[in-house]
Design a protein around this ligand. Structure first.
Ligand SMILES: C[S@@+](CC[C@H](N)C(=O)[O-])C[C@H]1O[C@@H](n2cnc3c(N)ncnc32)[C@H](O)[C@@H]1O
Length: 244
């Protein structure tokens, strides 16, 4: 279902999701439930689960339009952001090279607002490289990483175990792995036979504990605005792992 992430509507939604300010997402004239504000900036919060040490190499799988990759570059000297969507990678590269990108927010029906996504303050974009690719068939020449981040990717893959099996060789000893998943298993993306046979946390443990220690597990909400009145509010399960 790779085409799902290859249309202008979803790119506009993701540029707003990753780079939109609170006033761009939540109309300031409306009294929104507090949980909606708490769900903003997801792409900044999940890289926040890495330690604060400066590391050499980071990998952001399923990076979409790149916000988490830029955030990882604050504490990684080199970050690779990889996504299957050509248009997402083109947008991420535009932000890297030009520092900004115009996009359109859908408000309702024919009513739209023009906005500009901007590279966040304090980012050295020369540290970040974006590449189009398949997280289930990563090229060998990528090498090893001190940090790997994959947010809301696993349940969008046709065969997520292929990626789980790669993490051990992708990470250096003591390397940090941050996984976020809303556990929204859908046959549109993953054949039922490749869904976890147990709950998703149990499935992650079954596949990772041999080579990784589970350091923490918690929930992080996220909010994707579709129109001025329609939002997706979702709880993602965040697990933090350390390579043995
Ligand atoms: C639900 S979005 C999450 C994006 C981003 N990590 C975030 O949290 O906002 C899933 C992303 O995974 C990408 N994706 C889907 N299948 C992929 C694959 N096989 N390899 C790499 N990226 C993939 C999609 O293009 C999309 O950007």
């Amino acid at each position: 279902m790779s085409e799902v992430y290859e249309n202008l509507k979803i790119m506009d939604e993701y540029l707003l999701f990753h780079y939109g300010r609170k006033i761009d997402i939540l109309d300031s004239k409306v009294q929104w439930p507090e949980v909606m504000s708490q769900a903003l900036d997801f792409a900044v919060r999940t890289p926040g689960y890495f330690s604060k040490n400066i590391m050499a190499r980071g990998l952001d799988l399923g990076c979409a339009v790149g916000r988490s990759s830029f955030e990882m570059s604050r504490t990684c000297e080199e970050v690779i952001g990889l996504d299957f969507s050509h248009q997402f990678i083109a947008a991420a590269n535009r932000l890297k090279n030009e520092g900004k990108m115009d996009y359109t927010r859908l408000d309702e029906g024919v009513i739209t607002t023009s906005l500009t996504a901007e590279l966040p303050q304090g980012i050295d974009s020369s540290r970040v490289e974006f590449i189009q690719g398949d997280a289930m068939q990563l090229p060998d020449h990528l090498g090893r990483f001190d940090r790997v981040h994959a947010a809301n990717l696993l349940c969008r893959l046709t065969d997520p175990v292929l990626l789980l099996n790669r993490f051990s060789e992708l990470l250096e000893k003591n390397g940090e792995l941050v996984l976020a998943t809303p556990c929204t298993w859908l046959e549109d993306f993953t054949p039922r036979g490749n869904w976890p046979k147990t709950d998703t946390l149990g499935w992650l443990k079954d596949n990772l504990l041999e080579n990784f220690e589970l350091r923490s597990e918690c929930d992080e909400p996220f909010l994707i605005r579709e129109t001025a009145r329609k939002f997706q509010w979702t709880r993602s399960m965040v697990t933090v792992w350390k390579k043995r």
